[in-house]
Design a protein. Structure first.
Lengths: 251, 597
């Protein structure tokens, strides 16, 4: 079985995001970019399937600017076998990404797609679901545990839902999106970082895949949350309750 | 507690923009040097930073608070260190610059130095173990027989065995001529007896074997350092198939209680309590010290990197603190502000930043020259690079370790009373940094090496070639974005170094060697300021050209120029007094008599 893992290049999670001077976008120039952390978990999940003998090949895919190659090299340094970049300078919305992935999936015929539940830059949490719908495949989102039975046509997925855990039996092929607690991603080893340079990285374009990625949404403004105002020290609980009740009027 | 973050942008500037990986990747016949591309560098840096920050750094304080100790005859490292070491080895970091033929990646030192900086900054006491293994690998690889290389290197390169360096004995520290450990031939191998002290990672609970390299005397050995031979003495003897055999006659007597690097077990080892430890000769008889110097030079370069690295950790935490600690209204401001804005704190932070960047450039430059000395195909160029490398070794070790210690001290000062309290980690940095000017040859020994072997032995040739190269660079500073004061300071300090070198040469010719060596340390410092200042000035030129060509990082490059200027004015300013001590301080020292003290 082939496993396809989409990975997104995002502003590194250690960096505090700021709006640019014009308020038209998040400032990215000169800042460190990394693989979306949920996608790292997806790569790790795929690697574990391969190590357990359930997967034969792992293909990492990224859609976006040329620099996404670095993200793909990272995925290959972790252990992905090859990768595909759908190169475009256009701002991509989740639906456009889902359509691009669908075309690649029709070509590659993977038995499973594992992707992060959302990207930490736009927090859309849509691509995996849209992709499953476009393909007509089963989907299991927010996975915290995967149970494969060798040779079975279904996979058991435990999901984190409000108030507890839900376990689904999902027919393959399927789209699984990962939650934080599915696994702890490994560190790339030095020999694998060096090998990653030589692994195949194919570059395609949306045109070549016949997908129109023109944005359907218009971004009006990017603004930072207002800075926190200074707090007030209250002398006792009675004063706190009084303020909450009469001043802030929340109780 | 302030966590370490690798200064990746500054590192990349030195490696990719100031020095350039293409200078070493063109040496494509040598080891894995051809692989040294910018792209691979970035990939390695990123992962190495993650590993250092997330695995090694969190163990740093644990190691300080839970020193390595002995229990029932064996050494136990602090909690978490064994797992950390296993992760380090599993990730393949141990083989970064190790020979390709034995499982390493054979990458150049120019790529190894930044990785080493991150490991040391994240956890210096941890990183001493791979540092020494690397030195032992180099010695066995350089002079070992094919069988010895095959027997030991694969396991040492992978990190499944570690290596140590055994020189010091109770009566023989800096003076190795006084060594007493004996090696007696027996059926093609040797039996060693004697006691070694200050053996870093002389025992540990990480690996199933430890390969000790031990200096000892053969029965027919001449007296003095010319009578020392080097032996490979494994903790466990090997069976003929290379598997681990019976325990060798090596015993850990005790572990020292030290000022810093608490996690690193500094051992007293006793060889031959039960009749003699099994050993095999490494290299030729009586040539042990020369071979040990292969290890030692690698280790001296690494300690230079280490000194700078520990300074970087200290600086970062001081900077974080100075940015959040609000005290008083700085001059020229209207309301209370973080202390970083008070002129004197700003000066301290600037001095630390500049000195660290200068030492980073200096130590990575030494790595680059080492690569050329190993990989240049042309014998003449290779010899020239080797001469430059020989000259740089004492300067890098001496100046970068002294600078790291100075930075750690200043960093504690920025914290004020909180720095003196252990909680902030500033005190640990200072305690850890303190050893770097001592081990692998004290600053005094480095200065003696610089003056005796590097300056005087070849009538100043090595030094002259360096000074000529710096002089030839000066016209490049004529760039509109580089202030003229930088050229003036560089030319001035270059002149002082020339005069100081000449003076030492003349003093030596007149037979007054004690006067030369009496001012060797100030001379080493002067040369350190000069060479690091030259690299800072070169950085300013690189930055000026980037700004001219147009860049998305104008702030970064402007800061590079400002930092070079600051370094010249605030740091290199002391060159004048150092020069004065070198040319005039000898007779005053002659006038001092310890009997009268």
């Amino acid at each position: 079985m082939k496993v396809l893992v989409p990975v997104k290049r995002v502003l590194d999670y250690n960096i505090k995001a700021r709006a640019n001077a014009e308020g038209s976008a998040v400032e990215l120039s000169g800042l460190k970019m990394s693989m979306n952390p949920f996608d790292e978990i997806a790569v790790e999940a795929a690697l574990r399937l391969k190590e357990a003998g359930h997967a034969a090949e792992i293909i990492a895919v990224s859609c976006g600017v040329t620099a996404c190659q670095e993200t793909l090299r990272t995925a290959m340094a972790l252990g992905a076998d090859r990768s595909i970049l759908v190169q475009t300078d256009m701002e991509l919305e989740p639906l456009a990404v889902a359509k691009l992935l669908r075309q690649l999936i029709l070509r590659e015929q993977p038995g499973l797609v594992i992707c992060g539940k959302q990207a930490i830059d736009d927090d859309s949490n849509q691509t995996g679901q849209m992709l499953a719908a476009l393909l007509g495949w089963a989907q299991a989102t927010f996975a915290s545990r995967l149970d494969f039975t060798p040779g079975a046509s279904r996979v058991e997925v435990t999901r984190e839902i409000d108030g507890g855990l839900e376990t689904l039996s999902v027919a393959l092929p399927a789209v699984i999106t990962t939650d934080l607690r599915l696994n702890e991603p490994r560190y790339a080893t030095l020999p694998n970082i060096m090998k990653a340079k030589k692994k195949p990285l194919e570059t395609l374009t949306p045109q070549a895949l016949g997908v129109d990625v023109t944005p359907r949404l218009q971004l009006l403004r990017v603004a930072e949350p207002p800075p926190r105002k200074g707090g007030v020290l209250v002398s006792d609980v009675a004063q706190l309750v009084d303020k909450l009740k009469n001043e802030v009027k929340v109780i | 507690m302030y966590d370490y973050r690798a200064p990746l942008r500054d590192m990349a500037f030195v490696v990719k923009e100031l020095l350039g990986l293409s200078t070493v990747s063109r040496l494509s016949q040598h080891e894995g040097y051809a692989e040294a591309t910018d792209e691979l560098f970035d990939a390695i840096q990123e992962e190495c930073a993650r590993f250092s920050q997330e695995v090694l750094s969190p163990l740093n304080k644990i190691g300080d608070q839970n020193p390595a100790r002995m229990e029932t005859g064996r050494v136990l490292t602090p909690p978490g260190f064994k797992t950390g070491y296993e992760q380090f080895v599993a990730a393949g970091w141990n083989g970064l610059t190790a020979p390709v033929a034995f499982g390493g990646q054979g990458l150049p030192n120019l790529m190894g130095a930044p990785a080493e900086e991150m490991w040391h900054a994240a956890n210096m006491a941890f990183t001493l173990c791979p540092l020494l293994t690397r030195g032992a690998i180099e010695a066995i690889h350089t002079v070992g027989t094919p069988e010895q290389r095959q027997r030991y290197l694969p396991q040492m390169v992978s990190g499944h065995w570690t290596g140590t360096m055994n020189l010091t004995e109770p009566q023989a520290g800096s003076d190795l001529a006084a060594l007493r450990t004996r090696a007696v031939p027996e059926n093609g191998h040797y039996r060693l007896t004697g006691q070694k002290i200050f053996i870093t990672y002389g025992d540990q609970d990480y690996t199933e074997n430890i390969i000790h390299l031990v200096l000892a005397r053969l029965p027919d050995a001449p007296a003095g350092v010319k009578g020392l031979s080097l032996f490979i003495v494994p903790k466990y003897r090997l069976n003929s198939d290379g598997s681990i055999g019976p325990a060798n006659d090596v015993r850990t007597v005790s572990v020292e209680h030290k000022l810093g690097i608490h996690a690193s077990p500094t051992c007293v080892l006793s060889y031959g309590d039960e009749g003699g430890a099994w050993g095999e000769l490494l290299g030729e008889p009586h040539r042990g010290l020369e071979i040990m110097f292969i290890m030692m030079n690698a280790a001296r370069f690494s300690v230079g990197v280490q000194g700078m690295a520990i300074g970087q950790r200290a600086y970062q935490s001081a900077l974080d603190y100075a940015r959040e600690r609000i005290q008083g209204v700085p001059l020229g401001m209207k309301s209370a502000a973080p202390i970083a804005w008070h002129p004197d704190v700003k000066r301290m932070l600037s001095s630390m930043k500049a000195r660290l960047e200068a030492c980073r450039a200096l130590s990575y430059y030494a790595g680059q020259i080492l690569d050329l000395a190993l990989g240049e195909p042309d014998p003449h160029q290779r010899a020239q690079a080797q001469a430059r490398s020989d000259l740089l070794t004492p300067i890098v070790k001496g100046f970068c370790s002294e600078s790291g210690l100075w930075v750690a001290n200043e960093a504690l000062q920025v914290f004020g009373g909180m720095g003196y309290v252990e909680e902030t980690g500033a005190a640990q940095c200072l305690r850890d940094a303190r050893i770097t000017t001592i081990y692998e040859g004290t600053t005094g020994i480095q200065a003696n090496d610089l003056v005796g072997r590097k300056l005087l032995r070849d009538q100043g040739e090595m030094v002259r070639s360096l000074l000529t190269e710096i002089k030839a660079f000066l016209p490049e500073l004529n760039h509109p974005a580089v202030p003229g004061s930088l050229t003036q300071t560089m030319a001035h300090v270059l002149g002082l170094a020339e005069q100081s070198s000449l003076h030492l040469g003349k003093t030596a010719l007149s037979g007054n060697l004690p006067q030369c060596f009496g001012v060797a340390v100030p001379y080493l410092h002067l040369m350190g300021w000069l060479v690091s200042g030259w690299l800072m000035a070169r950085s300013a030129v690189v930055a000026a050209r980037k700004l001219e060509a147009g860049t998305q990082e104008p702030d970064f490059y402007q800061a590079k120029i400002a930092t070079a200027v600051f370094y010249a004015e605030h740091g290199m300013g002391v060159s004048t007094s150092l020069h004065r001590i070198v040319v005039g301080g000898g007779p005053a020292l002659d006038g001092m008599n310890p009997d009268q003290f």
